[in-house]
Design a protein around this ligand. Sequence first.
Ligand code: ADP
Ligand code: MG
Length: 702
Amino acid sequence: MNGRGGPVALLLALAVLTSVPFLVDGLDLPVFYVVLLGSMAFWAGQATSWNILSGFSGYFSFGQGAFVGLGAYTVAVLSGRQSVDVLVSLPVAGLLSMLLGLFVGWLAFRLRSLRGEVFALLTLAVPFILAAIARTNPAIDGGQGIVLPIPSVAEAVGGFQQLVYLLFLAVAAASIGTAYLMTRSRFGWALFAVRDGEDVAEGLGVPTFRHKMLAIAVNSLFGGLGGGVLAIQLGFVTVESVFNLTVPLFVIVMSVLGGRNSWIGPTLGAAIIVLLQDRLAAAGFEGWSLVVLGLVLATLVVLAPDGLVARFNDRPFAISGVTLAVIAGLAVANVWGTPLDWVVGGLVAGVVVAFWPARVWPRWSLPFDSRARVAAITAPDPTPASVASPGGAASASAEAGSRGAEPTRATEAVAPARPPATRPGTPLIECREVTKHFGGIHALRGVSLRIDEGEILGLIGPNGSGKTTLVGILSGFHQPTSGDVLVGGVSIVGRPGHAVTRLGVARTYQIPRPFPSLSVRDNVAIPLLFGTPALGLTEARREADALLALVGLDGRADANPGDINLHERQLLEMARALATRPRILLLDEVLAGLTPAEADAAVQVIRRIHDSGVTLVVIEHVLRIVNQLAHRIVVLDQGLVIADGEPAAVMRHPDVVRAYLGSGAGAGNGSAAAGGVSAGAQARTQAGGRITPATPEGVADA
Ligand code: ADP
Ligand code: MG
């Protein structure tokens, strides 16, 4: 279901499902089948729309009942009380619900802290508030409930149940179609990145706020539309019937059962749960359906949080084989139940096979899995990655876009392909009197410095001196408590992270933070999807391969980030940061923890990056390497710049020697202390080397 046949299969399924009411009529089947399919369609639409927000972006919501309830009451009030045609009141229901969703999103997403359980609780509160408003307000409900007439259009489609079914089907098709398109566009990828690491995604140029708002808009739109149709179906709307916790509970169980990473997972879960419920009710266990549902959820959360679709990709033949065999067996034996019972029996058996623990089950996988296809897309194309920038060499962004191609050549010949396109002496970043407080901790206490285009600036300092905090501020990851930061003359204070990325600042993380659910290649592709120009998925993957080749990770493109070692993860950090096409790259201890051989290889990579025209800030504990790489060194100590100048001079500066060899030096990083010993020994014999004063004036004049 992942290939190009997907859309065709979807449209075919839709055509067949649309014709069901007429088939049922023609074949003289009971209308019960239409009602059952309608119920599946309702839940498939609801679960899929919930999953777009909560599954794709990871913002777990209990708010589905609010959207469904608001949609239902909109239709009930407009069509039940004001006699507005349902074809008018339904779209209004969708729009009102979407407005509610956007309001909740605006409240929650503007404040960066509203994640996880806080977001879940906020969404849980909304349906309670709406229910109370509806119950107490006589203009809406007033506690009486609202009766709806049967819509007049029903005759045109063969009857009331047929109309309801077709409306549910339309909402479901739109919801599932949207989810499908999202998983194939940068829109869905932005949400995956948000789920895997929201602030990292923002730093890579993904406008996370916009995408989360879109996700909740889609979620609430389909929630409201589905609720509107539900009101028509119920014919009598009460607060208890539409604003209840069953809706969020059901959509959660369905999505978890089917699989939250997949566009089709919630639909699959909805079909199974609805069938199961129906069979339980038919067997006289109506009151037990919630018990069963709760048990299913508890079992899944413990045993298989990844859901059916992932399991099906893992063991497709076993699952489909057992399902079909059980259905066929029950049909042949014909000693129990109806055909529907046999289908449900087969599905339950299939689910059991799917979730059977892997260690007691042989692992089969599809011969044509998606990875192989990705390789086929990217491998045989001989065109250099620079075709990805169609704008011509004249524009700055096109020039930046071609960087992906330069490095591939650079990996073959060590000499740079062209002189660095830099303008030495031009300030790229100016940092003015920046302070940063984390609660009572003063991580930066008035830092002023300037980074020129084309240079390699070494940033050193003992642990806890504020280096990582400074990287966070320069890249828009943190907001300074006071002071100003200019990038290319533009202040970045108050700007969102992705806007700072767009100005050309990229960073790596001291502890690598790859997106765990994306392959190494797709980790690098993410920023390319959101850069200027924004690439399509195929182009982005191709250019990602070129960047992986630059850092020497081309052999690991298909790997999962969890399966590569620390050195490779550091290289991945660099490749991913380069994919934002930065003018300046802030490397936060990318050599930490590497063996000497790995560190030497990484230094070569850093030189190559610089040769391709990127200004660098290198944070590093091994002073030998900083001395080797940097044109200039800035030393931080306890949130202050204590030295700023040429490497040799900085190493002799008494404050630097004291910071490294003073009372705290023994407890610090071993290599730092070791590197500082030689510097310190020198400093004692040649006190008072030339050095730029570390005062703000001195920096501003420099
Ligand atoms: P370095 O990178 O030089 O080791 P950091 O910038 O990581 O130093 O940390 C500087 C100081 O700020 C430390 O005291 C650290 O504990 C504190 N700090 C850094 N980030 C945070 C944070 N997010 N919350 C609270 N304190 C922090
Ligand atoms: Mg640090």
